[in-house]
Design a protein around this ligand. Structure first.
Ligand SMILES: Nc1nc2c(c(=O)[nH]1)N[C@H]1C(S)=C(S)[C@@H](COP(=O)(O)OP(=O)(O)OC[C@H]3O[C@@H](n4cnc5c(=O)[nH]c(N)nc54)[C@H](O)[C@@H]3O)O[C@H]1N2
Ligand SMILES: Nc1nc2c(c(=O)[nH]1)N[C@H]1C(S)=C(S)[C@@H](COP(=O)(O)OP(=O)(O)OC[C@H]3O[C@@H](n4cnc5c(=O)[nH]c(N)nc54)[C@H](O)[C@@H]3O)O[C@H]1N2
Ligand SMILES: [Mo]
Length: 851
């Protein structure tokens, strides 16, 4: 391997202590978690305190060359062009882009047919994000550019069958980019890689199920297996899956939620008694102020912009708290307006609706400081306007820990607030002035908040603000964690959780006449460690891409390669399917837009959106091929083969008719009584929500203020804080294309966004190549050859795309209490290389193309 200049310690900008380790893996203690001293009323829900197990950082530089199957995407460049970032999201470009993408990828007829049924009451639920559909009126095209892309990608008419896998070994496939893997097409047959094999080969379904059963039944304990779930899996297969796992005998049910809104769920459960948001879509139309923190709706929840546009038309003001001015937070042109003759001309000529009234350009993880500053101003305002700013009656009747919180707030100094947030006291007063006379306040947040070391406590400050204002459980007000995957919230409701509540386990055991395990299982982070040190020997994955989505890519790869068995249930290929255990199965499933015929006729499934509405999803397209089964059929197939006569459950009946599954759910999970009737109601039904009615079912029956000691998190002068982002052309690890149109990035994903002053200080020019080294507890991880791009981002912060940068995120760097990887807080040094990337550079010779 060629030695890159960044390996010279001085050029890589390492501190003396780090230089001493010379990039050799060293062990580091896992940080203590969940012990913030002032938060004695916070329950960590039985998270294992695994602070004692030393973790070894993989040597990321040599690791990537150690194995023929690459765990990281290839480093070749794909041709970067830079333009000015957009100030307007959506508009006619979005409509054209979505149509082009859909027609290109899914084929004209299949694509448009699918789009017309997307999110309609008699259609299928969009498999993209979890933003809700309007309760009453749905426009003919209730989709967005990215929903259209997700649907087009799902319904791809291209196929990859056994001959494709015979042509390409796993090592070959791993040299494709993530985009090319996703765009290769739909998997059409079950496939197996046996010990020693270099290729996946066709296998029959009964053989595949038997192979799973033989491997699982050979384990010494059911706890040697982990069963991962990604949030696209609908309720019915999710319920059947967790039942299979618990009948098998373990609670090892890690899921993508562990990396997503785990921090939100933890805070909300402790503070308001329910780990979900409290608002409905209609609340947006009645809100006076909407705060949007750590979220990029223009790309990740585009239909939210329609709600924000309506809110603005109804008089709401919007405060955006984000290190970046994302296009969707700036201006929005509603694509649906182009279809409305009264609005079409305005939409075509104007700049769209301005969204943000006040932008606070916070430094990464400065949110707690921002919120403290706003609340300090509110206390001042209350002094001047007694009884008009804070809701004393609400505080008195419903909350606990108010006095301790006030004390802590008063103790937080303005100097600390300004330093940590990067925002002046006067600007914070502007935000406070917008909030002071108002009660109908909604706060939305997403990954910018949850993927931080102190995420649980920062989100606690959001709740604090709402409790001060009594802005929970009244129309137009409430807490709104904006969920990611379309059914990630539903999967949790169905029991996809490594720490199930006792009442749930009791009910499950009673319904299915077995003794389920009560001991808590492993989450996504703990699973990674357990794989690595040999405690886990089999990994079954319902959708998702654990390898690329988890932190510390090379660490995960080392763990996966040691396993006896990996099983992946998926419609499309991803990198995670290539880094396998000794035996590996790739089992293709139907997607939501396809018709699912079982013995009792056409079946449908259901999903729960971000606001707790459960609705049905019924496919309309012909399945991609006869070799593909539904997720329910695959789960039940594995269960029948594995559990044999140990189970009393009628898995066949559940496969033949999903109503049978729903009848079980109705008896096990509160809120689902009469499920089969309610789900058939057009538009679905709302699940019960305590906080929405000011019922706070915490251990003390109160809404709890969170009291956290304010801490400054400092990094060395030469270090930067790296956050990970999604581009406009990806859905998590599924890369649709190399562009990030709104941010002015075209043709390339290996970029790092830097503040121009930070670039100058390091002698880095635009389009120069750099190496990035992350520093954690004396360990280093490295990502080589990224292209520097100057961007409007706070000094000291930088950004790169997920999953390319995940190799830099240390597996042991997790949020307190929730154990969620800190993917938005990675301490790095950035070292320039001599090379520049010329305009429009491509290195096609280095890119494997799909034949
Ligand atoms: N098209 C599309 N839609 C998606 C997805 C996708 O990949 N593609 N993914 C889905 C999933 S699973 C999820 S969870 C959601 C994710 O939705 P988002 O959370 O919007 O996704 P990210 O790209 O991670 O964006 C994080 C935002 O937080 C900001 N940020 C980063 N650090 C901080 C901070 O410290 N403070 C503040 N205030 N802001 C910060 C970033 O600038 C960025 O705007 O989207 C869902 N929808
Ligand atoms: N650095 C960094 N890391 C992150 C994040 C970040 O912001 N930064 N975000 C985190 C978040 S919020 C999340 S949610 C996770 C995402 O983690 P995952 O959910 O594990 O990852 P995805 O990329 O969404 O999974 C995509 C794969 O799911 C499969 N799939 C697609 N549709 C279906 C279906 O209908 N059924 C089945 N069975 N399979 C399907 C396909 O094979 C596809 O390739 O990543 C996390 N990782
Ligand atoms: Mo997510």
């Amino acid at each position: 391997m060629e030695k890159s200049p960044a390996q010279e310690p001085d050029k890589a900008g390492k501190t003396p202590e780090q230089t001493a380790s010379n990039n050799v893996p060293v062990s580091g203690q896992r940080p203590d978690q969940g012990t913030a001293p002032t938060n004695d009323h916070y329950d960590n829900g039985g998270k294992p305190n695994a602070g004692t197990r030393p973790m070894h950082a993989p040597d990321t530089l040599s690791a990537k060359h150690n194995h023929p199957v690459l765990a990281q995407p290839p480093e070749a460049f794909t041709g970067l062009t830079l333009t000015e970032p957009s100030k307007v999201a959506a508009g006619i470009t979005a409509v054209i882009k979505s149509m082009q993408f859909s027609w290109g990828e899914a084929g004209l007829a299949r694509g448009t047919q699918a789009l017309l049924k997307l999110n309609q009451k008699d259609g299928f639920d969009c498999s993209s994000c979890a933003w809700p559909d309007p309760d009453d009126h749905r426009s003919v095209a209730e989709f967005c550019e990215n929903g259209a892309k997700a649907t087009a990608s799902d319904t791809d008419h291209r196929t990859i069958g056994p001959e494709f896998f015979a042509r390409h070994s796993l090592a070959d496939l791993s040299r494709f980019t993530d985009r090319d893997l996703n765009n290769a097409g739909r998997i059409t047959h079950p496939l197996a890689k046996r010990p020693g094999d270099t290729h996946y080969r066709q296998i029959s379904w009964p053989e595949a199920f038997q192979l799973v059963a033989d491997e699982l039944n050979a384990l010494h304990s059911p706890d040697e297996a982990a069963f991962y779930t990604s949030g696209k899996v609908p309720n019915e297969p999710a319920f059947a899956y967790q039942l299979f796992v618990r009948e098998f005998g373990t609670n090892n049910l890690p899921d993508c939620s562990n990396m997503c809104h785990e921090s939100s769920g933890t805070t909300l459960t402790n503070t308001v008694g329910l780990g979900k948001g409290s608002v409905t879509l209609n609340d947006f139309y009645e809100a006076e102020v909407i705060i949007i923190m750590g979220q990029n709706p223009g790309t990740n929840h585009p239909r939210m912009l329609t709600a924000l546009q309506q809110a603005k038309r109804n008089g709401a003001q919007i405060i955006s708290i984000n290190p970046l001015m994302e296009a969707g937070l700036n201006h929005f042109k509603n694509p649906q307006d182009f279809m409305n003759p009264l609005r079409a001309l305005g939409a075509l000529l104007g700049d769209g609706t301005p969204i943000t009234d006040l932008w606070l350009q916070v430094k990464v993880n400065g949110d707690m400081a921002v919120l403290r500053g706003i609340m300090k101003h509110l206390l001042e305002a209350e002094k001047l306007n007694l009884g008009m700013v804070l809701d004393h009656a609400f505080i008195q009747q419903y909350t606990a820990h108010y006095d301790e919180f006030l004390q802590e707030l008063r103790n937080t100094s303005w100097e600390d607030i300004e330093e940590v947030s990067g925002i002046a006291r006067e600007q914070l007063r502007e935000a406070a002035n917008m909030l002071a006379p108002k009660k109908r306040i909604i706060t939305c947040w997403a990954m910018g908040l949850t993927q931080q070391k102190n995420a649980v406590y920062s989100i606690g400050e959001i709740v604090n603000l709402h409790l001060l204002k009594g802005a929970v459980g009244i129309p137009g007000a409430g807490l709104c964690p904006v969920r990611g995957h379309s059914n990630v919230q539903g999967d949790r409701t169905m029991g996809i959780w490594e720490r199930p509540r006792k009442e749930f386990v009791d009910a499950l055991g009673k319904e299915f006449s077995f003794t389920p395990p009560y001991e808590h299982g492993l989450d996504s982070v703990e699973t990674a460690k357990a794989m690595h040190d040999g405690r886990i020997k089999a990994f079954i994955s319902m959708g998702g891409n654990y390898l690329s989505a988890m932190a510390d890519t090379e660490f995960i790869a080392e763990g996966m390669r040691q396993l006896d068995l990996t099983v992946f249930v998926a419609p499309k290929l991803n990198r995670g399917h290539l880094v396998t255990g000794r035996t590996s199965l790739l089992l293709p499933c139907l997607v939501r837009s396809e018709v699912d015929i079982q013995r009792a006729g056409q079946q449908f499934t259901s999903c729960e959106n971000s606001m707790g509405v459960v609705s049905m999803s019924k496919g309309i397209l012909k399945p991609i091929g006869p070799g593909v089964l539904s997720e329910v059929a695959i789960v039940c197939g594995m269960a029948i083969a594995t559990l044999g006569n140990r189970t009393k459950t009628d898995w066949v009946a559940m496969t033949e008719n999903y109503d049978v599954i729903r009848d079980h759910i109705a008896r096990v999970i509160p809120g689902f009584e009469n499920f089969n009737a309610k789900v058939r109601h057009p538009g679905g039904f709302y699940l019960p929500n305590g906080p929405r009615e000011r019922k706070f079912t915490t251990t003390n029956g109160k809404a709890n203020f969170t009291v956290t000691q304010f801490k400054k998190h400092t990094v060395a002068p030469d270090q930067l804080v790296l956050m990970s982002l999604r581009s406009h052309d990806q859905f998590n690890t599924q890369i649709y294309d190399y562009n990030d149109r709104y941010r002015g990035i075209h043709g390339e994903r290996r970029v790092i966004f830097l503040n121009p002053d930070d670039m100058a200080a390091r002698g880095i020019r635009a389009r120069q190549l750099v190496n990035i080294t992350s520093h954690f507890e004396g360990q280093q991880r490295m990502a080589e050859r990224f292209v520097a791009v100057p961007y409007d981002i706070p000094r000291g912060n930088c950004a790169a795309y997920f999953p390319e940068m995940n190799v830099l995120v240390p597996v042991a760097s997790v949020a307190d209490v929730s154990n969620q990887p800190t993917s938005k807080w990675v301490v790095v040094t950035v070292a320039p290389l001599p090379e520049m990337l010329p305009e429009g550079t491509t290195q096609p010779e280095k890119l494997a193309t799909i034949a």
